[in-house]
Design a protein. Structure first.
Lengths: 52, 727
């Protein structure tokens, strides 16, 4: 049962990490255009060099 | 009509372009266009690259979800430069007011709800993990420890994520009313308190998992609801600013750009070709032709010369006019029609939506069930702790998770689907009202037709005549001339070499061809034998030769014929009400197979006709675009207008058609019917769960595990049911 004292904080910490990642994503407008972002993968304009 | 109003500067020559630029100079260089046709990866690349090549544009970025392009550009670039560029790329575009959009883009309330939702999700997952251990048989100290940790996560979560419910419930209670948030808040608070009490006293059951799950599912419903309404609000906002409310005032020979609101009777204003008349007035100087179609539905342009009375909202076509203002602002004809709208809207009454009705029945039921359970148990056992525990279980089990999700989930799926089909649903209850429609009333000009003439007999003329006609037609911005020039150019006709080409505003175009005077324009001016028949025509005459007639017909809006056929086949009554003359209206009705039509209808008569149909028990859908339709749009049970419609008409309607085709209207009716069916189904499903769960809870057999299963199962069922609408 001693392992619980390790596992519970670990599970909380991992969950918290996910929450922080979500907060970051929302603050930086990652959800503004989900449909467009999905389609942009197919865009071949900057395949050979990154956009400046 | 669309091209005229969308691009005043192109038609108006350098003077107007200069004015437009001067007016825009102070505005930020961030432009926003609505591009309803964009739908694929290739569209993104084409639009972004194509617009970036327009001089002065720094960058363009497509947002495919919202079907918009954001353009960063030099300060002198206007939407009038970008819209033709988008059209050349094959995309119809409308300008949106970037300043107004900025407010809806940030959407503080939506982000706030999403943040609370994320916190609730995090808490739900962690508490559930601990609860599973308790349900599978953790005992004594372990169970207490897990309850304490659960409580430490759940209580702050409820305090943070539950705030939208607490605030709304408190607001309702202060006015001695009860809304759906009152039982929700009561359940959250009571369940938290009871669970904390049980934890302190090493009790067997704690409902922390149920509390956070409840918060999560209900917030989910709340967020969907918010998104649908926010989309409706921003749709109304982005449509609000299509026309720039400015006028050119003449004082002491100087032209100044002033807001339309500053015009006073007696002012002199200049109306350039392609521009909208800003106020009612009398022409002092200049001759031109006037397009009245948006106000009256007439398709034929009317002549305007010294002494002609003009009304705000009409479009000046060919020559510059100087106007003495007789009535501006509130007194103008435009505002009088707006008053008609206010009267019609007041008559519409409040529509009680499905969820309104469900809540009205639900709230008292839940409260009395929980209270009676408490009384019953206390009376039979005299155990306060046990009675409170059971009452809390009843509140949690009956809590409207599924009910809170049932309607918003369907509405979100339906409006998302309609958006992809090219329809903006502005009002949340519009779908429910659309589903009840049994009668459809159409306007003619600009709704069933594009309000744009198309030459009908140009192919019948000999090649030499067509070359000459093209040469002359190219010299004018008049809609008939433009339509003819476009049609001839599309057939590969080369213009004849004419000299001294010039426009005589209000009459036509004149030029010299091989030493002969050639005229193209109105019958009387050309010297033709009078206007014959009802159809629109322009005449061409070279020297003393015979006058040749070019006839035009208003082109049908794409999808109109199919829509009318589909509506008739579905057994809905179709009416046509137009302000235009008898001839063209009867023609169109015959072409589309509409048996019930009336011509020459005044705006008040349109609204009266709609009201009469309503009084006869019919549920009327009004489809119209003009100012003369506005009152009828507001009076109807539900209304649709195309994006090319006037502001007032779009504001008065519940649904706006973004693309050109009318075909999505049929889909809207079908989707609305299915959506209402699914909403009803969802409410039945969530009630079924309650029907089974409530007796169990009242008898005291509900464990936290049972509550968790019932709650998540019903919520997931209704959400999946709603998602069926997507295909």
């Amino acid at each position: 049962m001693e392992v619980l004292s390790l596992l519970i904080p670990v599970s909380l910490g991992l969950g918290g990490l996910g929450l922080l990642a979500f907060v970051w994503a929302m603050r930086t407008h990652q959800f503004d255009d989900p449909e467009g972002d999905a389609r942009r993968i197919l865009d071949d304009r900057w395949d050979d060099r990154p956009r400046d | 009509m669309t091209d005229l109003s969308a691009c005043p500067a192109c038609a108006a020559g350098p003077a107007a372009a200069e004015v437009a630029r001067a007016a825009q100079r102070a505005e930020p260089a961030r432009l926003m266009l609505s591009v309803p046709g964009a739908h694929c990866a290739a569209c993104i690349a084409t639009l972004e690259e194509g617009l970036a090549r327009v001089p002065g544009v720094r960058s363009a970025r497509v947002n495919l979800t919202l079907r918009r392009v954001a353009v960063e550009a030099e300060p002198w670039v206007t939407a009038a430069d970008l819209i033709p560029a988008a059209a050349r790329l094959g995309y119809q575009a409308h300008e949106l007011d970037a300043g107004m959009l900025a407010a809806s883009e940030t959407d503080a309330e939506g982000r706030d709800l999403l943040m609370r939702l994320a916190v609730a999700f995090f808490a739900m997952m962690n508490v559930m993990l601990l609860s599973v251990a308790v349900w599978s048989g953790a005992e004594a100290a372990t169970r207490d420890l897990f309850h304490w940790i659960s409580g430490a996560i759940a209580l702050p979560t409820v305090a943070f994520s539950g705030q939208p419910f607490f605030r709304s419930a408190w607001g309702a209670l202060r006015q001695w009313r009860a809304n759906m948030d009152v039982p929700i808040s009561l359940a959250l608070v009571l369940a938290s308190t009871v669970s904390l009490f049980e934890t302190v006293h090493s009790g067997r059951h704690a409902y922390f998992d149920a509390v956070v799950m409840l918060t999560f599912f209900l917030l989910g419903g709340r967020y969907l609801d918010h998104r649908t309404r926010a989309a409706a609000r921003s749709a109304a906002r982005e449509l609000a600013a299509l026309e720039v409310p400015r006028a050119l005032r003449l004082s002491e020979g100087q032209e100044t750009v002033v807001p339309v609101a500053d015009l006073r009777p007696g002012d002199l204003v200049r109306v350039l070709p392609g521009a909208r008349v800003p106020a009612d007035g009398m022409v002092e100087e200049g001759t031109s032709e006037i397009d009245r179609s948006l106000l009256t539905g007439e398709t034929l342009p009317a002549f305007a010369g010294r002494g002609t009375r003009l009304m705000a909202g009409e479009v000046n076509l060919t020559g510059p006019l100087t106007l003495r203002v007789t009535a501006a602002g509130r007194d103008s004809a435009l505002s009088r029609i707006a008053d008609l709208v206010a009267v019609a809207e007041a008559g519409r009454g409040r529509f009680r939506s499905i969820s309104d009705r469900a809540v009205r029945f639900y709230t008292p039921f839940v409260h009395s069930a929980a209270f009676l359970t408490f009384l019953g148990w206390f009376w039979s056992t005299a155990d306060l702790r046990l009675s409170l525990n059971t009452a809390a279980a009843v509140l949690i089990i009956t809590c409207p998770c599924a009910l809170g999700l049932a309607v918003p989930a369907v509405l979100t799926a339906a409006s998302g689907r309609l958006f992809r089909a090219g329809l903006l649903v502005k009002d949340g209850t519009a779908l429910e009202r659309l589903a009840e429609v049994d009668t459809v009333v159409f306007d003619k000009t600009g709704t069933l037709t594009l309000g744009r003439p198309e030459p009908t007999n140009h192919a019948a003329h000999p090649q030499r005549v067509r070359e000459l006609a093209l040469a002359l037609a190219r010299g004018s911005a008049h809609p008939l001339a433009r339509a003819l020039a476009e049609a001839l150019a599309a057939e590969g006709v080369r213009p004849a070499a004419v000299e001294a080409l010039h426009e005589v505003p209000g009459h036509g175009v004149e030029a010299t061809f091989r030493g002969q005077r050639v005229r193209f324009g109105r019958a009387a001016w050309v010297g033709a034998p009078g206007e014959a028949g009802s159809s629109t025509a322009a005449w061409l005459r070279a020297g003393d030769g015979p006058a040749l007639r070019f006839t035009f017909a208003d082109s049908l809006r794409p999808g109109a014929a199919d829509l009318v056929a589909a509506l008739t086949a579905a057994g809905r009554e179709v009416h046509l009400l137009s302000g235009d003359a008898e001839g063209p209206v009867a023609d169109l009705a015959a072409r589309l197979g509409i048996a019930r039509f009336r011509a020459g209808v005044l705006p008040e008569e349109k609204a009266a006709e709609v009201t009469r149909l309503k009084a006869a028990g019919r549920r009327v859908l009004m489809v119209g675009d003009g100012l003369n339709d506005t009152a009828a749009l507001a009076a109807a049970h539900v209304s649709i207008s195309p994006a090319s419609a006037l502001d007032a008409a779009r504001t008065a309607s519940d649904v706006v058609l973004i693309g050109q085709s009318l075909a999505p209207v049929a889909e809207a009716l079908a989707v609305a019917r299915r959506a209402v069916g699914l909403m009803r189904g969802n409410i039945v499903i969530s009630n079924l769960y309650n029907l089974v769960a409530v007796p169990v809870a009242v008898l005291g057999h509900a464990t936290p595990l049972a509550a968790a299963i019932a709650m998540s199962a019903s919520s997931i069922t209704v959400t999946l049911n709603a998602l069926r609408l997507r295909r």
